[in-house]
Design a protein around this ligand. Structure first.
Ligand SMILES: Cc1cc2nc3c(=O)[nH]c(=O)nc-3n(C[C@H](O)[C@H](O)[C@H](O)COP(=O)(O)OP(=O)(O)OC[C@H]3O[C@@H](n4cnc5c(N)ncnc54)[C@H](O)[C@@H]3O)c2cc1C
Length: 278
């Protein structure tokens, strides 16, 4: 194909491609109460919360990075679940009286043990946020709402070269993805940007994981540099989750500079510096 025609086709392909790789969508909405049964400090800034509910025995995650909304009742109040039929959980919450309205925060299911009807959720303890404060002080026996979500990791069915990028909030998700990944010969390269070395965890995976430390830098700055020098080229799939700047910046770089098809990149802003979730 002549070069000018190839470039035109390429421009058209990029302009018409979906903006993001498809997710694994949940077929029907699910919501139920779960009860905190254990708290484990993985390290001083990461708290593992174990919850139980009979409904967790039959719960089926849509993928390894299963997203869930935790509905945290106001202090001293019993849990009131929002209407399940309202498609937007935020709209459903807005219909509840303010003093009974749970706080909604998104997390990922770090582990699911259907035989014990349990899940673990790993929460980053940071300086300033009601979700983080709640996880720091929550007591065993507390009931919260669990609203099942979807999952993002959905590479092509045939083995392909992959780049996975996470920060500390997306590290629970990345850990499950890597732990559940079948062995393949195509390279899988992961980059994890965390605030400092104390956030580093062991992930049970044969694939290389490159750790970079943000120190006082902007979220995403170290990961962006690591992506530019990453050994894996000709990517068939990328999964990029973490602070908004990390997710959007790396996605833009991969599309513009590494010619990755936008429809082969799943990216998601898990938090935004300076802005509460809401
Ligand atoms: C799909 C999805 C999955 C997620 N999975 C996880 C998970 O498994 N584990 C997890 O810990 N988080 C996860 N997050 C991120 C988490 O929802 C956000 O960090 C959320 O903002 C925390 O709520 P908060 O009430 O503590 O702080 P907010 O009230 O939302 O924010 C208050 C302030 O704290 C800042 N802030 C928020 N998070 C952080 C942080 N981690 N470090 C430093 N500053 C922060 C905000 O910029 C804001 O200035 C996920 C988010 C999404 C969308």
């Amino acid at each position: 194909m002549p070069e000018f025609l190839r470039q035109t086709v390429d421009t058209f392909r990029k302009a018409t491609a979906p903006a993001r790789a498809e997710m694994n969508l949940r077929a029907r909405r699910e919501q139920f109460a779960i009860t905190l049964t254990a708290v484990t400090d993985v390290h001083e800034n990461l708290r593992r919360l174990t919850f139980t509910s009979p409904a967790l025995a039959d719960f089926v995650p849509t993928g390894p990075d299963e997203q869930c909304a935790l509905l945290l009742p106001p202090s001293g109040q019993a849990l009131r679940l929002p209407d399940l039929q309202t498609a937007s959980v935020r709209h459903a919450l807005a219909a509840l009286p303010v003093d009974a309205r749970p706080l909604l925060r998104w997390y990922v299911v770090r582990a699911h043990r259907p035989e014990a009807a349990e899940i673990d959720v790993d929460v980053v303890l940071h300086e300033d946020g009601p979700g983080s404060d709640w996880a720091r002080s929550v007591e065993i026996g507390t009931q919260v709402g669990f609203r099942a979500g979807s999952s993002g990791y959905r590479p092509p069915s045939s083995p392909t070269r992959q780049l996975l990028v996470a920060d500390e909030t997306a590290l629970p998700a990345l850990s499950v993805i890597l732990e559940q990944m079948p062995l393949q010969e195509q390279p899988i390269h992961s980059i994890v940007e965390v605030p400092s070395a104390k956030y580093r965890l062991t992930i049970d995976t044969p694939y290389p994981v490159e750790w970079v430390y943000r120190n006082q830098g902007e979220p995403g700055s170290r990961a962006a540099y690591a992506v530019k020098t990453s050994p894996v080229d000709d990517l068939g799939y990328a999964w990029v989750c973490g602070e908004v700047g990390l997710a959007t910046g790396i996605r833009k770089y991969l599309v513009k500079e590494r010619d990755v098809d936008p429809a082969a990149i799943f990216f998601s802003g898990f938090w935004k510096k300076g802005t509460p979730a809401g």
